[in-house]
Design a protein. Structure first.
Ligand SMILES: C[S@@+](CC[C@H](N)C(=O)[O-])C[C@H]1O[C@@H](n2cnc3c(N)ncnc32)[C@H](O)[C@@H]1O
Length: 346
């Protein structure tokens, strides 16, 4: 998505190429069905047939910049046509009888999605001039930023980031949410250097994300993360007291990884420049985890002072508002408001 949004394209050429693609899809008769492990669980045969045809036709486009735009529209159709329930981010298979009766016109919806994407490009280009000089890095933020040749000390003027609010497994499973479209797309068109082992299981991306590994209580104490934030420390101790050791470990493990990424952010930011974080306060065990306070306390140990913050309601959420259920069967609502905090390096 970032590659698509930061590459300058010609809208008239995009319209032309889209018409060529849609005509090709209509004219193409027999395409060998695409295959990957688990495809028949997540997609009905008729859907596999339609998606295989769109995929094959996208691959006939010569210019990767335009192929990527087509993959993006295609990814949305893969999301809408699969057999996972749409009420959760996690991959939960629908009931058999719902699957058996599921009908979806991938080709018609792909064409509509492409139209929406073209008009969103038109709107984007009305407000911004895209200069084609953005460099997009893909990978674990800690590893990417630790490369001191690419990210020198005190070299960055502005940081704008929207980190996850907790570990992916128990907050938002971004990995599971995106794995099926990723399996359909030609990964070389995103980056030929992607380590494809992250696509092997449905949960690997979530394991690799911040907080994906649950550290031991011993490691958590030794990391000294609890000494860096009194709010985190009291959240952690309250969970331990409530006999929720696993939840306590999950919360602290996330902040250990998150803090490692903040060390790099602070290292590369120039003095007197700004870092802007948009975050949300999630609930764990029915209690709000004050990420806004924890963030300010953690960053204060890294020469970053909070100077301003404001809240907003999340404008258009395509994701469900109910995301999981507690043991007592009460729904846990996903975050509907976000907080933006602005820090200055001193
Ligand atoms: C709140 S979302 C923000 C996404 C995007 N910036 C946006 O505004 O729509 C947080 C994102 O961070 C990703 N993430 C989690 N751990 C990461 C890591 N170690 N390196 C890079 N990204 C990570 C998640 O998968 C998720 O896509």
């Amino acid at each position: 998505m970032t590659l698509v949004r930061t590459s300058k394209i010609s809208i008239s050429l995009l319209k032309l190429k889209s018409n060529v693609l849609l005509n090709l899809i209509n004219e193409t008769k027999n395409v060998v069905d695409f295959d990957f492990e688990g495809i028949h669980k997540w997609f009905n045969d008729d859907i596999i047939h339609q998606l295989s045809k769109i995929r094959y036709c996208i691959m006939q486009e010569d210019d990767v910049l335009y192929r990527r735009i087509f993959w993006l529209a295609f990814a949305e159709i893969v999301r809408l046509s699969n057999n996972s329930q749409k009420s959760t981010f996690k991959l939960h298979i629908k009931n058999k009888n719902v699957i058996d009766n599921f009908q979806y016109d991938c080709i018609k919806n792909f064409s509509k999605q492409l139209e929406r994407d073209i008009s969103s490009f038109e709107n984007l280009y009305k407000s911004f001039s895209i200069k084609n000089n953005a460099k997009v890095y893909l990978g674990d933020t800690i590893k990417v930023m630790s490369d001191k040749r690419k990210f020198k000390d005190s070299s960055v003027d502005l940081i704008v980031t929207s980190p996850p609010y907790g570990d992916n497994h128990t907050t938002v499973t971004y990995g599971q949410f995106s794995i099926l479209p990723l399996r359909w797309i030609d990964i070389n068109d995103i980056d030929p250097n992607i380590n494809v082992s992250i696509l092997k299981t449905l949960t690997e991306i979530d394991n690799e994300s911040l907080g994906g590994t649950n550290y031991s209580i011993d490691k958590i104490y030794k990391s000294e993360i609890l000494d860096k934030s009194k709010t985190l420390s009291s959240t952690f101790e309250a969970l331990i007291k409530a006999d929720e050791k696993i939840k306590a470990r999950k919360v602290a493990s996330f902040y250990i990884d998150f803090y490692d990424s903040c060390i790099q952010l602070s290292r590369i930011l120039k003095k007197d420049k700004y870092a802007i974080f948009t975050i949300g306060n999630r609930r764990v065990n029915g209690e709000i985890v004050r990420f806004d306070l924890i963030l300010s306390e953690l960053l204060a140990t890294l020469n970053l002072k909070r100077i301003y913050n404001f809240d907003r309601n999340i404008p258009s959420k395509r994701i469900p508002s109910k995301i999981s259920r507690l043991k007592d069967n009460k729904p846990v609502y996903s975050i509907q408001t976000e907080i933006t905090l602005i820090f200055r390096k001193y």
